[in-house]
Ligand binder design. Structure first.
Ligand code: ZN
Length: 75
């Protein structure tokens, strides 16, 4: 029969493994997926108050409504 101490140790190990898995995911897997080449960049036109998408790798893109070139958004 499983007593309280064994159950508490098993619970702590399960929580530790969960956080280890989340850490590995956010540290290793996710940045690689976000930095794939060919990703489109976000742009924002302050005149039209509207976000839009540019060509992959472009540093500037023209607003589809007013045609004014804008630099890409950086977060
Ligand atoms: Zn515009």
């Amino acid at each position: 029969m499983l007593d309280f101490t064994h159950a508490a140790v098993a619970y702590c190990l399960a929580v530790a493994l969960l956080y280890l898995g989340l850490w590995v995911y956010y540290d290793r897997v996710r940045p690689r997926r976000l930095s794939r080449p060919g990703r489109r960049h976000a742009f924002f036109c302050p005149r039209c108050q509207r976000p839009y998408e540019g060509a992959p790798g472009a540093e500037t893109a023209h607003c589809p409504l007013c045609g004014k070139p804008q630099g890409r958004l950086r977060f």
